[in-house]
Design a protein around this ligand. Structure first.
Ligand code: G3P
Ligand code: MG
Length: 248
């Protein structure tokens, strides 16, 4: 799939998670305040099929709760504190629903890279539920769906064919072309320490946008842009943007 938009060089990672608790509304607001025009956010579903923002499968690292999200009803998750672990100032932050997230991003005029985090074996159910909730927003804001999980990308190709897709991987695999073509992706997102100059050049020549995570040091970002990387995910999007301005 050819990209319907050009991504900005810097995308806020999990909002702007260097400044506020990841995947919360506060983190999204912080990204906008610090000049990001796009944010990356992780989404999964609860036991009762509510899409919410969360990176991990377990609640314990980033909330006051415990246990698996896929085994927890939304009404219980709604009561949890998703901010205090990061800082007392964020004690009132809860876990956002996908709808709250999309509404806020629409208000703030932010594009979204929504990373789908299915529990293994539950890919179809996860994609169907998220696809249903996303459908009304699909033409409302710039949206890129991505996943490490190839099955998920194939499912979204059928569910929301007009929403572009990105393939996430740590290492850029030698069969990158087959991976990208099979799910009609517009982009490949790789783990920055595994930058592979010749594969980046080949992917660019084939017309794909290349993204890299997670890049918090300006020098690293500039080196990746030099190789042909189009955009980096950063916990501190303003730092990378300032470095780009200094270079210009
Ligand atoms: O989407 C890029 C990046 O967020 C992938 O890794 O673990 O931070 O979700 P992770
Ligand atoms: Mg992510």
């Amino acid at each position: 799939m050819r990209a319907p938009f050009k991504l900005p060089p810097v995308i806020g990672h999990r909002g702007a998670c260097g400044y506020a608790p990841e995947n919360t509304l506060a983190s999204i607001r912080e990204a906008a305040l610090r000049g990001a025009s796009w944010v990356e956010l992780d989404v999964c579903i609860t036991q009762d099929a509510m899409p919410i923002l969360m990176h991990d499968e377990h609640l314990s690292r980033t909330t006051s709760g415990e246990g698996l999200i896929l085994r927890s009803p939304f009404s219980e998750l709604r009561e949890l504190d998703a901010g205090s672990w990061f800082g007392e100032a964020f004690a009132s932050e809860g876990i956002p629903t996908l709808e709250e997230t999309l509404d806020l991003c629409t208000t703030l005029n932010l594009g979204i890279n929504l990373e789908i985090k299915p529990t293994q074996g539950f890919e179809a159910e996860t994609a169907e539920v998220i696809g249903e909730h996303l459908a009304p927003y699909a033409n409302q804001l710039p949206l890129l769906i991505s996943s490490f999980n190839h099955e998920t990308l194939l499912l979204f190709q059928t569910l929301l064919p007009n929403v572009p897709r990105g393939y996430i991987t740590d290492v850029i695999p030698r069969n990158w072309q087959q991976k990208l073509e099979s799910a009609h992706c517009m982009s490949l997102h790789f783990y920055a320490p595994f930058a592979d100059p010749s594969r980046i050049t080949a992917m660019k020549a084939a017309g794909y946008q290349i993204l890299s995570f997670t890049v918090n040091q300006p020098e690293e970002a500039l080196a990746l842009f030099e190789l042909g990387v189009d955009a980096v995910f950063s916990d501190y999007p303003d730092r990378i943007q300032q470095a780009l301005l200094r270079e210009a």
